[in-house]
Design a protein around this ligand. Structure first.
Ligand SMILES: [Zn+2]
Length: 497
């Protein structure tokens, strides 16, 4: 019998090869971050640049569009059509920008990011501005080009790279609603918690004990150690490939919560990757759906599961085992420690209640920047005003802990921030669905039976890869597209219930 879809098969072979090069690239990158001696640095950078160039050439192969057209005429099933759709989406975004703009962007962002590393601690906003203006100019140009090509608004065109299908109209509606009730909720929670006096955990918490705890937690969360590992790096990340996921964390001996929650968060990302559809691995349709959906997995683990009273009961004995018994590890006390809410300057240190305020502020500012409504000079005043109205925090003159705190803008990652809070909202939606189907969920979690959580996530999210659009995925998993009401009731029941 002759092959009914030879062009489609040729395309899948091309993407499988790309996946294999990407595999080696990810491992070399992981090794560079975790193991490499300093004298290997220069040669490794050159080797990685060579592989990146090879991968870029393959991804932008000028033959591909004709092959897409021919493959579309072949008798394909629904999954194959979805794969073809994702191939085309990938190709379009890789080819949207002229080479000169890509180079200018690399240059401007690496200069800005490099200087930012010293300008931030020095609180040097004016120095930063010099390097940031060209980054913003290029990002606007990029947005205009993408917008002309796909018909989206300029900011939406940038956001589409991380969250396909999401529009600023939707984000505006969802965040606009959040803006109405969040500051009031924060105030009520802070007032209520001011009457609590949880017992602080007493350190130091030796690194070796924290690592042993991390590994035990990952096993509890069904991380597949035959298909991944945990290491240490200066900046924690999750990398590798679905067949071999590489997580990293870092340990502070005076505070075990950072590595504990960091590891649980990254394990959520890792389990998504480890459970993407195996038979299609290497194909665009087998990739994780989007950044918000990825974040919905890490936050399902870190916020929905790990900060639930049942899970805290499960980990209390593990803390006693690794750090010795102390009053702070009593489950009720531990839960209060892990759910403390405190408005602060820094996004990455924020709790789940105040975190969305940091994201709303960044979304409002970056969208106005990209659409040309404001200039880079206007950022600090807007930042101060929004921090005051959203969190009651005074950032005037404090650029370091204000508008210079994140690496996203120096790196031109405009459109990324909304994914964090959309992810938190999807995570709340997944758990609301799970609770409907498994009314005794919390009792089962407390008894150590986490299978209902993992089975649901595996069937509804992980195994679906990029088969559906994000809206379709949410609809199929939970019976509705994104519905932020679940996030609101989650926060109200956990913090005010
Ligand atoms: Zn994450």
């Amino acid at each position: 019998m002759s092959n009914p879809h030879p062009t489609y098969e040729a395309l899948t072979a091309h993407y499988t090869r790309l996946h294999r090069y990407g595999h080696l690239q990810a491992m070399a990158w992981w090794d560079q971050a975790c193991n490499m001696p300093p004298k290997g640095q220069e040669a490794r950078a050159a080797a990685l640049a060579e592989v990146a160039a090879l991968i870029h050439r393959m991804r932008t192969d000028p033959q591909l569009p004709q092959q897409f057209e021919r493959a579309a005429q072949e008798p394909l099933d629904d999954a194959q059509r979805a794969n073809l759709r994702e191939m085309q989406r990938e190709w379009q975004s890789d080819n949207a920008l002229p080479e000169a703009l890509v180079q200018a962007k690399t240059l401007a962002t690496s200069r800005c990011e490099h200087a930012w590393r010293t300008q931030r601690p020095a609180n040097d906003w004016h120095g930063f501005l010099e390097n940031f203006r060209p980054v913003l100019r290029i990002a606007r140009e990029e947005a205009a080009l993408l917008s002309a090509q796909n018909g989206l608004r300029p900011y939406d065109a940038l956001m589409d790279r991380y969250e396909p299908g999401m529009t600023s109209e939707t984000v505006e509606r969802v965040f606009g609603d959040l803006r109405q009730w969040l500051p009031g909720l924060i105030a009520r929670v802070v007032e209520r918690q001011s009457r609590e006096r949880p017992i602080e955990a007493q350190g130091p918490f030796p690194k070796a004990a924290q690592r042993a705890l991390s590994l035990e937690l990952m096993a509890l969360l069904h991380f597949d150690f035959e298909a991944g590992r945990l290491d240490e790096s200066a900046h924690p990340f999750s990398g590798g490939v679905p067949e071999d996921v590489r997580l990293t964390t870092r340990y502070r001996e005076d505070d075990f919560v950072q590595s504990l929650m960091g590891t649980i968060h990254e394990t959520g990302h890792a389990r998504y990757e480890q459970n993407l559809p195996r038979e299609l691995l290497g194909q665009p349709v087998a990739l994780a759906r989007s950044m918000a959906i990825h974040e919905s997995q890490s936050l399902s683990f870190e916020m929905q599961l790990a900060r639930s009273p049942g899970f805290v009961e499960l980990i209390a004995p593990l803390l006693r085992k690794h750090f010795g018994a102390q009053p702070a590890f009593e489950p009720g006390n531990l839960h209060r420690l892990l759910t403390r809410v405190e408005p602060g300057f820094i996004r990455v240190d924020a709790d789940e209640v105040t975190y969305p305020a940091h994201v709303i502020l960044r979304f409002e500012i970056e969208r106005a920047l990209i659409e040309g409504d404001i200039e880079a000079e206007d950022i600090p005043a807007l930042w101060d005003e929004k921090m005051q109205s959203l969190l009651g925090v005074d950032t005037r003159g404090n650029y370091r802990d204000g508008c210079m705190q994140d690496v996203h803008w120096p790196e031109a990652l405009f459109g990324y921030f909304p994914c964090y809070t959309l992810g938190a909202m999807y995570a709340a939606q997944w758990f609301a669905t799970l609770r409907r189907g498994t009314p005794d969920l919390d009792a089962r979690i407390a008894s150590g039976d986490l299978a209902p959580v993992f089975d649901w996530l595996r069937d509804n999210i992980w195994l679906q890869g990029s088969r559906w659009t994000t809206d379709e995925l949410a609809q199929r998993a939970s019976g509705e597209p994104l519905n932020p009401a679940h996030f609101k009731s989650h926060l109200e029941s956990r913090y005010l219930g």
